[in-house]
Design a protein around this ligand. Structure first.
Ligand code: GDP
Ligand code: ZN
Length: 356
C-alpha cells in the first residue's frame, strides 16, 4: 500500500517537506491504543510511542496524535516500532467537548474528507439531531453528506426528504437501503481513492450494516468490529478493534469508538441515556421544573445528601446540558444568517435532485 492509498496528498507533502529531516518518514495514525499509536506507512504497520518533546510540549488534547493524523516518524522496522516526532497540520478535525469538562476537547478523528450523517427512515426523523451533526461536521472542515437509510421500510420518503433538505440546505441527501443494497452506488461515489470518510448517527440506524456492505468487496473481508489480538515483542497482549478500514475501491473509512459516543452527546435523548440515574431521581422531585438547587422536596439533592448519588454526577449533568444549550444557540443564528432567496433556490434544487 502506497502513501496515496493511505490518504497522502500535496497538502501533507508540503508540510512534511518543510520539516527537512531525512531521518523522518510519513505515516498515518490508524489506531489509538493506551499510550501507543498504531501507524501505517511505507514500512507497514508499526506500534509507535510519542517523542518526549511532544509529551513535554503538549498543552491540550490537540497536541497529541489522533486517528487520521499524518505524523512524521522515526521507524525501527526491525522491532515493528516507531517514534512519532511530529504531527502534521490537520486538514479537518472532528471533535467535541468532553462531557463534564467543558473546555476539554475530545478529538474523534482527523483529516476526514467526508462525514456521512446516517439517519433511519423507519422511525420518526429527528431533524434537530441532524442539524447538530451538520453544525459539528461543518465546523470540522469535512464535507457532510446525509444518508437516509432503511428506504425499504418507508412507503413514501418524500416528506422526510423535504424536512431534511430544509435543514441540510446545500448538503447532499441520499436515500438508500444498506440491507437491501439499493442506493449504495451514491455512497460509493464519495469514497474515492485516498479519500477518508466516517459515518455518524444514532445507534440502530444501520451504520455497521452499511460499512460491512462497503467492506464486502474488500480484501480480507474484514468485519467492522473486528478484534485484533497480538503479542508485541515484550510478550504484552494488546486487544483492540480496527479503527481504519481500506475499501477495495481505494476509499478509507475511519470508525473510532469516539465516533459511536459522538451521538450520545448530541441530543437530549443522549443526555437521558447517559444520565438516567439523575433523571430517574428527578422524577421524584416535588416540582416538575425543579433545578435541584435548593428547592424544597428535591429528590436529587436528597440522594446526594444520603450518599446514593455523587455530587459530581449532578455537576456533569449540568455541564452537559449547558453545552447542549450552547450548541443550540450557536446553530440558530447560522440559520438566520442564510440569505432567504438562496435558501429557496437550494431547497428547490434539492427537491428536484432527490425526486426518484
Ligand atoms: P448501527 O447501530 O447504526 O451500526 O446499526 P446496525 O447496522 O447495527 O443496524 C441496526 C439494525 O437495522 C440491524 O438489525 C440491521 O439489519 C437493520 N438495518 C440496517 N440497514 C437496514 C436497511 O436498509 N433496511 C432494513 N430494513 N434494515 C436495516
Ligand atoms: Zn430536584
Amino acid at each position: 500500500m502506497n502513501l496515496a492509498d493511505l490518504g497522502w496528498s500535496p497538502f501533507f507533502e508540503k508540510h512534511f517537506g518543510e520539516l527537512q529531516d531525512a531521518a523522518l518518514r510519513p505515516a498515518r495514525v490508524i489506531e489509538e491504543l493506551k499510550g501507543f499509536y498504531r501507524v501505517r506507512g511505507t514500512e507497514g504497520e508499526l506500534l509507535s510511542e510519542i517523542s518526549g518533546k511532544i509529551q513535554h510540549d503538549a498543552k491540550t488534547r490537540e497536541d497529541f496524535p489522533a486517528v487520521g493524523d499524518w505524523v512524521a516518524i522515526v521507524p525501527r522496522p526491525e522491532e515493528n516500532r516507531a517514534r512519532i516526532e511530529r504531527i502534521l497540520p490537520r486538514k479537518s478535525k472532528l471533535a467535541r467537548k468532553a462531557a463534564g469538562r467543558a473546555f476539554d476537547e475530545q478529538i474523534v478523528a482527523t483529516n476526514l474528507d467526508t462525514v456521512f450523517i446516517v439517519s433511519s427512515l423507519n422511525r420518526e426523523l429527528n431533524a434537530k439531531r441532524i442539524e447538530r451533526y451538520l453544525a459539528l461536521i461543518s465546523e470540522s472542515g469535512a464535507r457532510p453528506v446525509v444518508l437516509l437509510n432503511k428506504a425499504d421500510l418507508c412507503a413514501d420518503p418524500s416528506p422526510s426528504v423535504a424536512e431534511v433538505s430544509r435543514i441540510a440546505r446545500e448538503t447532499p441527501i441520499h436515500l438508500l437501503s444498506a440491507r437491501g443494497g439499493s442506493g449504495l452506488q451514491a455512497v460509493q461515489n464519495y469514497l474515492l481513492r485516498g479519500e477518508t470518510s466516517a459515518f455518524v448517527g444514532s445507534s440502530g440506524v444501520g451504520k455497521s450494516t452499511l460499512i460491512n456492505r462497503l467492506l464486502a468487496g474488500s480484501v480480507g473481508k474484514q468485519q467492522r468490529v473486528q478484534e485484533v489480538r497480538e503479542e508485541d515483542d515484550r510478550g504484552m497482549h494488546t486487544t483492540s478493534s480496527r479503527q481504519m478500514f481500506f475499501l477495495a475501491g481505494g476509499g478509507i473509512v475511519i470508525d473510532t469508538p469516539g465516533m459511536r459516543e459522538l451521538q450520545l452527546w448530541q441530543s437530549e435523548t443522549g443526555v437521558a441515556e447517559v444520565f438516567d440515574d439523575v433523571l430517574a431521581l428527578a422524577e421524584h422531585c416535588k416540582f416538575r421544573n425543579c433545578n435541584h438547587r435548593g428547592e424544597p422536596g428535591c429528590a436529587v439533592e436528597a440522594a446526594i445528601l444520603a450518599g446514593t448519588l455523587k455530587a459530581e454526577r449532578l455537576e456533569s449533568y449540568r455541564k452537559l446540558q449547558a453545552e447542549l444549550r450552547f450548541q443550540e444557540r450557536k446553530a440558530d443564528p447560522q440559520v438566520a444568517r442564510e440569505d432567504e432567496d438562496k435558501w429557496k433556490r437550494i431547497h428547490k434544487e434539492m427537491r428536484k435532485k432527490n425526486r426518484p
